[in-house]
Design a protein around this ligand. Sequence first.
Ligand code: PLP
Length: 389
Amino acid sequence: MSDFGALARIQQGLAQLEADRLLRQRPLLESAQGAQVRVGGRELVSFSSNDYLGLANDPALARAAVAAIGEYGVGAGASHLVTGHHRLHHEFEQAFAAFVGKPAALLFSTGYMANLGVLTALLTRHGEVFADRLNHASLNDAAQQCGAKFTRHAHADLGQLESQLKKSAARDKLICADLVFSMDGDVADVDRLLALAEAHDAWLYLDDAHGFGVLNDGRGGLTAAARQSPRVIYLATLGKAAGVFGAAVAAHADVVAWLAQKARSYVYTTATPPLLAAALLASLQQIAAGQARRDRLRRHIQRVREGLGALPRWRLMPSATPIQPLLIGENAEALAVSGKLLEQGLLVPAIRTPTVPRGGARLRISLSASHSEAEVGRLVSALARLAAT
Ligand SMILES: *Cc1c(COP(=O)(O)O)cnc(C)c1O
């Protein structure tokens, strides 16, 4: 232990995490992202990425990036409002907005920064954020930082949300939800949320990190009513199904104009490299033409649900998305099952408390169009065998 007090305290903190078995590791990836990966010298079949369509290592995206590097180099060199806003960023924003069916869009460096930027640009201490308890950490952090009152409701309990909205005296209200919940895989009821937003004069901010590229022909989880409504602000992150990096916020043109002025995580940061915008344009084409990938993904989802739907001890959670969580219960058992799968060359992460509620430790099985049927079959039979022992 250090004799510098503050350092000694974090050293104790690390020791405590280790004692509680909460110290997280960073598996060392030595291959491209994909269904087969090499991690720490081992070849594994991975059910642990968010690369749902298998685009992260797609040759068309890589070619687009390489061509853009040849022409424009690697760095953006400045923030968007100075001289970093490249034609490729601009083209992507327009193509993205048209694809998801909103008037305009703004490209952020990451989803984390987008959530922070949107909430802090729209709300002050006169506002109130209404949030589902299972929302992603980045939405919660953003809600805390914008200074508004932060009111949470039980997961998907829109009755509770309604009574909270009724009680609110805040000038500006914002309802925010994961459109696909990242640890459970279930989908928010967009039209009912929109009806509540309309009844209570609130914004509706939908974080579709896990639905964009996958749901609704790839356009993500917006409904027709949500596309039309000026209250609805839509976020897609672009490092998951889109296979690249970044995040795009689509909304009414004046909302986008305001965000470009006021979202601090947009204004005060270097623009993402134009080469990523080039890869994103190629990704958008692959997503639009990606029905075969989505069909394969749907078959994998069906296979998992049929194969693991009636295990003796563990319960598959209700999800129709590529996120298929298998509820195990305690941290130690979830870790043990994940470890046994790893011995068989299958990489499936155990998600533990505090990421999920106590007693809710689970395997988070992520399926991808890049998996073969044989690989999904291997996972299903391995888990069925483990559950029977
Ligand atoms: C991954 C994720 C984010 C963060 O997006 P990044 O681009 O990875 O920063 C935000 N919201 C949800 C629901 C996510 O799953």
